[in-house]
Design a protein around this ligand. Structure first.
Ligand SMILES: Nc1nc2c([nH]c(=O)n2[C@H]2C[C@H](O)[C@@H](COP(=O)(O)OP(=O)(O)OP(=O)(O)O)O2)c(=O)[nH]1
Length: 128
């Protein structure tokens, strides 16, 4: 299981640019990563956001449905989240960007993220 956080602040979504590996460097993703054995999904999401961004998040609603990840026996599962403490810093990413819902689909997201980003753009657009 790979978990990701769509952190929303002031109507904008935090997108993260991968630094590594070379095959996907420069593409965009949500902060997150692998759930450790026995770890609840939401705890993994909070841990990864602390490690990658130096922030504390509050986990909200699910976004979209689970997306199978290519060759791996894993799925990507994403939640909306809000910032509780700290300002996001690119501790493990090449860069960070706050993106308006209408601009989300212009970024070169990792393939598995694309249907989730489309759902998120619809949800946030509808709420505006
Ligand atoms: N974090 C994250 N990973 C994603 C997304 N979409 C997607 O396909 N992935 C894939 C890329 C990687 O193969 C895998 C997560 O790897 P990772 O390197 O971020 O996870 P991690 O921090 O737990 O990795 P590790 O260094 O402990 O091995 O999931 C996404 O939106 N966010």
């Amino acid at each position: 299981m790979i978990v990701g956080a769509a952190i929303v602040r002031d109507g904008l979504v935090l997108a993260c640019e991968r630094a590594t590996p070379a095959e996907v460097a420069g593409r965009w993703e949500f902060p997150g990563g692998k759930v450790e054995p026995g770890e609840p999904d939401e705890a993994a999401l909070i841990r990864e956001c602390e490690e990658e961004l130096g922030v504390t998040i509050k986990v909200g609603e699910r976004v979209g449905t689970d997306v199978p990840l290519g060759t791996r026996t894993a799925v990507l599962r994403v939640w909306q989240a809000t910032l509780v403490d700290g300002e996001p810093a690119p501790l493990e990413h090449a860069s960070l960007r706050w993106v308006a819902p209408t601009d989300l689909l212009d970024l070169d997201w990792l393939p598995a993220d694309q249907p989730i980003v489309a759902d998120l753009a619809r949800e946030l657009g509808a709420a505006a």
